[in-house]
Design a protein around this ligand. Structure first.
Ligand code: ADP
Length: 241
């Protein structure tokens, strides 16, 4: 809700400005996969399936020094009210690539030369923040598959609506119909131990001090997300799956 002077005074779902939507994660959702997981925030749901390492074909694509990570992201046709046309498009190709980069900084495939590890991310329900939910699900699925990882990675969308800094924008907040200055969306992925930023995109306008504050907010939020990811992995170790 935008106030008189274009200031976003109250979130549409009543959350505090720095509050993440309710999260849940589950490991081992696809029995036939080497690793799999789901990660949900509010109405956004992501599932990730890992297959590999397996020999990469065609042979000329192989790297004799290490395995290759290959990510494919897609929204299911029923994931939003308008039907999504199946198959790759510019947006899904961009998200696949940036997700690959975000995950590549934590996986170590040096023990698996000439192979590929495929990560399939699908979005059954989208309410903004699907690329970050996909990264959260994929990181858990990679750990579940036993892929060597230097550390975990967690991701969140932060940003600004009108003049207010917010964490975890939903679709209503991500849209451009706010009164004064519109909304700025910044997906950020942060590694668990070294706290490196492995993804950062920016859609909209923001000042440097506000941007720095957003990154701080993302770091705090990613600590919360990491707890949910680790708990999901512990649940499977405890024999729940
Ligand atoms: P992200 O989902 O990572 O926030 P975007 O900012 O591109 O990525 O998309 C924001 C939201 O817009 C999506 O989560 C989804 O709810 C909606 N959306 C994206 N693409 C489409 C589409 N082709 N048709 C309808 N809604 C879409």
């Amino acid at each position: 809700m935008a106030g008189d002077k274009g200031i976003y005074t109250k979130r549409d779902d009543g959350r505090k400005f720095d509050e993440i939507r309710e999260m849940s994660a589950e490991v081992g959702i696809v029995d036939s996969a080497d690793g799999s997981a789901s990660f949900n925030t509010g109405h956004t749901k992501a599932i990730a399936v890992v297959r590999g390492p397996r020999t990469l074909h065609p042979q000329h694509m192989q790297n004799p020094r290490k395995g290759i990570l290959r990510v494919s992201y897609g929204m299911m046709p029923f994931s939003v009210t308008d039907r999504i046309r199946p198959g790759p498009n510019r947006r899904s190709e961009e998200i696949s690539k940036v997700t690959e980069w975000a995950l590549n900084s934590v996986v170590d495939l040096s023990e698996y030369p000439n192979t590929v590890v495929d990560v399939f991310i699908q979005i059954p329900q989208a309410d903004a923040g699907t690329r970050v939910a996909g990264i959260n699900a994929a990181a858990i699925a990679l750990a579940h598959a036993g892929i060597p990882m230097k550390e975990m990675v967690s991701a969140i969308g932060v940003g600004k609506i009108d003049k207010t800094l917010v964490v975890d924008l939903d679709k209503y907040e991500d849209s451009d119909f706010h009164d004064a200055e519109g909304s700025t969306d910044i997906p950020v992925a942060i590694t668990s131990r070294t706290k490196n930023i492995s993804l950062l995109q920016l859609d909209g306008k923001i000042s440097v001090p506000e941007f720095k504050e957003c990154v701080k907010n993302a770091k705090v939020a990613c600590e919360e997300i990491l707890k949910v990811q680790m708990q999901a992995l512990k649940n499977i170790d405890g024999g729940n799956n």
